[in-house]
Design a protein around this ligand. Structure first.
Ligand code: NAP
Ligand code: FER
Length: 339
C-alpha cells in the first residue's frame, strides 16, 4: 500500500488544467510523537484552493510548487501517538489531497458519526456552513420581511445562506448557474425565487424577483451579478463580501475597481449622507469650534471675488484649481473690512 498524493506541479494560467497537478505515490507516513496517521475518507474541494495555486499576494501564502495540495479532510485514524485519539476514530483535519496524512493531534477534531454524516464536517457543519452563518447574521443582519439575495445559491455556502434567511423570516432570492440548479434552490431548499445568472435578461428577472428591492446581498461572486444587484439595493442594504469566484481564474484584474482587497483586509465600505447625521450637530459644532479656537484645526479658504466669476471658479473646482474651500465673495463682508 502506498500513499497517493496530488502535488501542485505548475501555477495555472487562467483555468487550472490537469497538467498543473501531478499524482505521485509515496510510502505511507509514520506518525511522530503526539501525531496521528489518518486514512483520508473525504477531501473537501473549495474555491479558495485556486488562490493557493497562484503566487499572487493574498490573505494566505501560496502553495509551493511540488507540495501536496492543501485541503480539509475527514479521515479515520489508523495509528495514534496521541492520547486523545484511538485507531478507528473519525477526525476532521487538514491533510490535503492525499490518501494518508500525518497530523498533530491538536489540529484534529474528533467526529461522532451518530451525530451527523461525517462528511458534513466539510460542508454544512464545517467551514462553508460557518461562513454562511456568520457573514449572513453578523454582517448581513437580516430582519424579517427583508429580501436577501445570494449568489452561488446552490453551493456549499449559498444554499445555507438562503435557508437561514428563510428561517429568519426573509424573502430569499438565489442566483445560480443553470435552470436545474435554480429549480433545486426553489423547490428543494425553499427559496422564494432563483435566477439563472446566464439568462439574457438577468437584470429584469432579478428585479421581478425582488419587488421590494434588495436589503442584503450575500456576495459569493462579485463581477456582473454584483453589478446588477447594486442597481437594485435599498437604503441601508448590507453586503457581506464573502467570495469573488467570478475572478479567481482571471489572468488580469477585472475592469473597474478590484474589490479583493476589501475582503482580504476586512475593510468596510458604507454609503454616507450627511443629512442622516443631524443628531450629531451639537457635538460637531462644539468640538470643531473649540479645535479652531485652540489652533488644533487649520482652515484655508480660496475666495473668488465677484459673482460673475462663479461659473469659471466652479469649472475650476472640478479641475482642481481651487486651493482650500472655494467660496465666492459676492459683496462686502462688514465683519472683515478690507478683506
Ligand atoms: P460553491 O458555491 O459550492 O461552488 C462554487 C460555485 O461558484 C459554482 O458552483 C458556481 O455556481 C459559482 N461560480 C463559478 N464561477 C462563477 C462565475 N464566473 N460567476 C459567478 N459564479 C460562479 O462554493 P462554496 O465553497 O460555497 O464557495 C462560495 C464562495 O464563498 C466562493 O467565492 C468562496 O471563495 C467563498 N468563501 C469565502 C469564505 C471566506 O471566509 N471569505 C469562506 C468560504 C467560502 P453557479 O454556476 O451556480 O453560479
Ligand atoms: C474561501 C475560503 C476560506 C475564501 C476565504 C477563506 C475568499 C478564508 C478563510 C480564512 O482565512 O479565515 O473560499 O475565499
Amino acid at each position: 500500500m502506498t500513499n497517493k498524493q496530488i502535488l501542485l506541479k505548475s501555477r495555472p494560467v487562467g483555468e487550472p488544467k490537469e497538467s498543473d497537478f501531478a499524482l505521485v505515490e509515496t510510502p505511507i507516513p509514520e506518525p511522530g510523537e503526539g501525531e496521528v496517521c489518518n486514512r483520508t475518507i473525504y477531501l473537501s474541494l473549495d474555491p479558495y484552493m485556486r488562490g493557493r495555486m497562484s503566487d499572487r499576494e493574498s490573505y494566505a501564502a501560496p502553495a509551493e510548487l511540488g507540495s501536496v495540495m492543501v485541503g480539509s479532510t475527514v479521515s479515520q485514524v489508523i495509528k495514534s501517538n496521541h492520547p486523545n485519539f484511538s485507531v478507528g476514530d473519525f477526525v476532521l483535519g487538514y491533510d490535503g489531497w492525499q490518501s494518508y496524512g500525518v497530523a498533530k493531534g491538536e489540529t484534529l477534531r474528533k467526529l461522532d458519526p451518530n451525530q451527523a454524516p461525517i462528511s458534513y464536517a466539510l460542508g454544512v457543519l464545517g467551514m462553508p456552513g460557518m461562513t454562511a452563518y456568520c457573514a449572513l447574521l453578523d454582517i448581513g443582519q437580516p430582519k424579517a420581511g427583508e429580501t436577501v439575495v445570494v449568489s452561488a445559491a446552490s453551493g456549499a455556502v449559498g444554499s445555507v445562506v438562503g435557508q437561514i434567511a428563510k428561517i429568519k423570516g426573509c424573502r430569499a432570492v438565489g442566483v445560480a448557474g443553470s435552470d436545474a440548479k435554480c429549480d433545486y434552490v426553489v423547490k428543494e431548499l425553499g427559496f422564494d425565487a432563483c435566477i439563472n445568472r446566464k439568462t439574457q435578461d438577468f437584470h429584469t428577472q432579478l428585479k421581478a424577483a425582488c419587488p421590494n428591492g434588495i436589503d442584503v446581498y450575500y456576495d459569493n461572486t462579485a463581477g456582473p451579478i454584483l453589478e446588477a444587484v447594486l442597481q437594485q439595493i435599498n437604503l441601508g442594504t448590507r453586503i457581506p463580501l464573502v467570495g469573488l469566484i467570478s475572478q479567481y481564474n482571471a489572468e488580469s484584474a477585472p475592469p473597474g475597481p478590484n474589490l479583493m482587497p476589501i475582503l482580504v483586509k476586512r475593510a468596510l465600505i458604507k454609503g454616507f449622507l450627511v443629512g442622516d447625521y443631524q443628531h450629531r450637530q451639537p457635538d460637531f459644532l462644539s468640538d470643531v469650534s473649540q479645535w479652531l479656537h485652540s489652533g488644533k484645526l487649520k482652515y484655508k479658504e480660496d475666495i473668488v471675488e465677484g459673482l460673475e466669476n462663479a461659473p469659471k471658479a466652479f469649472i475650476g473646482l472640478l479641475q482642481g484649481e481651487n486651493f482650500g474651500k472655494l467660496i465666492v465673495k459676492v459683496s462686502d463682508d462688514p465683519t472683515r473690512p478690507g478683506k
